[in-house]
Design a protein around this ligand. Structure first.
Ligand SMILES: Cc1cc2nc3c(=O)[nH]c(=O)nc-3n(C[C@H](O)[C@H](O)[C@H](O)COP(=O)(O)OP(=O)(O)OC[C@H]3O[C@@H](n4cnc5c(N)ncnc54)[C@H](O)[C@@H]3O)c2cc1C
Length: 440
């Protein structure tokens, strides 16, 4: 069987890995990646001769499928877990927000509102009906459950920064899935949150997959290979790659491209997705500030200050054992933004100057001499956004396109789960087994 995989992120590479590992007879797999290197959202950048993740990435203790892959690739020893601390920036100071006592001390809510906030979190931890919650809009649901004050003072500022201002039509599953995922990061007493980080970054997983794939079977990886179209021929499909001869014909094509890109590429081959998800995407601007010294002890700072242009402050090196930081501290300033919007459209230097300027205002003790470098990475399609009333993807129907033999396996299909490497690796594994059963 000849298989083409479109896209070389964790999803495409993971699919190639599981297909070749489980196939009873060797498969011929060609993977096409538009970028100069594979990795997609889990890609890397170089600073002073060392490689770092372009975007902050952590592993959770409960990431069973991801940890299984890490183990299979012999990277287990490179995975370390450390206490992760969170805080809330209220516009003038950091309020610790990572253990139950912090909630007791939280200054912006009275006792009744705090109790309702806890009830909201407990409800999400125990509610088991995501399809029911998909039909309910987040804002009125949160106000009903936790009260108007908790909504205005805590949830609304966080949601505004996360959704580039407006969160109308977002379903209750949004909070449900986040709270459930983060629940597993707590120890049994619930007091300490621990997160894992791969030495060398998540791209160590990508590098390892890339190295191992050619040895697992007949797998080729082409980079700088932008797929522009598909062409049916009988039961097979040709893949058109920008500026190159058509490739194929393939018995099976699996696209891992974001839905708008897939639909554009697949139009010619009549292979649009059958399940129209997600309803839209948010893009991302991620400014990475490389510092000589630690900024704060927090891994995450959530922001209650709407004037800040970024969504949070993520200091990933707080999870890395001291000796391995090598005098380098990484602070990520992500901003989720509509790729067609004004913020996304600004040039790199303007954005860097504004984001770093605001960071200096937050931390006046930061000295310009502390900054080793500032980098900016943009992604057009990052966060799949699902709306109340939108389709609810169910595996394996959600993989289907209008053309037999062509499938779509992207992060839009994970809903109501969040998109992360654990969910993507699990989906890739499941998809590989499904395809081998159906076509093998
Ligand atoms: C800021 C941020 C923080 C994150 N934090 C975490 C975390 O802490 N833990 C975690 O597990 N996950 C995290 N994630 C999520 C994780 O990175 C993604 O879920 C995962 O990498 C998605 O992989 P993918 O292969 O599905 O998609 P992608 O990585 O988007 O891969 C799609 C690939 O397709 C390629 N492509 C696009 N168009 C074409 C074309 N026409 N032809 C050929 N190729 C094309 C792209 O270049 C890309 O390489 C984070 C993501 C971001 C952005």
């Amino acid at each position: 069987m000849r298989i083409a995989i479109l896209g070389g992120g964790v999803g495409g590479l993971g699919l190639a890995y599981f297909l070749s590992r489980h196939a009873p007879t060797p498969l011929r797999i060609d993977l096409f990646e538009e970028g100069a290197a594979v990795g997609g959202l889990a890609g890397k950048f170089q600073h002073r001769g060392r490689w770092f993740d372009r975007h902050y990435h952590v592993v959770l203790a409960s990431d069973r499928h991801l940890r299984g892959l890490i183990r299979d690739l012999g990277l287990e020893a490179a995975l370390t877990f450390a206490r992760s601390r969170s805080g809330l920036w209220d516009g003038s100071r950091i309020i610790p927000f990572d253990d139950p006592l912090d909630l007791v001390r939280f200054p912006y809510l009275g006792w009744v509102d705090k109790a309702r906030l806890i009830a909201t979190i407990l409800f999400c931890q125990h509610a088991g009906d995501p399809e029911g919650l998909h039909a309910v809009e987040l804002e009125p649901w949160l106000v009903r459950l936790g009260g108007a004050r908790a909504f205005e003072r805590v949830w609304a500022p966080l949601l505004r920064t996360k959704f580039d201002g407006a969160f109308d039509g977002i379903p209750a599953t949004y909070l449900w899935s986040r709270i459930r995922r983060m629940q597993s990061t707590r120890d049994t007493g619930g007091a300490v949150e621990k997160l894992g980080i791969l030495r060398g970054g998540t791209h160590a997983l990508v590098d390892s997959l890339t190295a191992v794939l050619p040895q697992t079977g007949d797998v080729t990886i082409e980079t700088n290979a932008r797929v522009t179209g598909l062409e049916p021929e009988g039961r097979s499909t040709w893949v058109y790659v920008d500026g190159r001869e058509p490739r194929g014909p393939y018995d099976v094509v699996v696209s891992t491209l974001p839905s708008p890109v897939h639909d554009r590429v697949a139009r010619s081959g009549g292979a649009a997705a059958r399940v129209p998800v997600p309803d839209r995407y948010l893009g991302l601007i991620d400014v990475v500030v490389v510092l000589e010294r630690q900024l704060s002890p927090y891994y995450t700072l959530y922001l209650l200050d709407p004037s800040l242009p970024f969504t949070g402050v993520m200091e990933t090196t707080n999870l890395v054992p001291g000796g391995e930081r090598g005098g380098t501290h990484l602070v990520y300033l992500p901003r989720y933004a509509d790729a067609a919007g004004k913020e996304y459209g600004q040039d790199d230097e303007t954005l860097k100057a504004r984001y770093v300027g605001r960071l200096f205002e937050m931390f006046p003790e930061l000295d310009p001499g502390d900054v080793q470098g500032v980098y900016l990475f943009r992604e057009r399609f990052v966060e799949p956004v699902h709306l109340v009333g939108g389709a609810f993807p169910v595996f394996p129907e959600s993989l289907e396109t209008r053309r037999p033999g062509v499938y779509l396996m992207n992060t839009g299909r994970l809903y109501p789960l969040l998109h992360n490497c654990q969910a993507v690796v699990a989906m890739a594994h499941r998809t590989a087994l499904y395809l081998l059963e159906r076509h093998g």
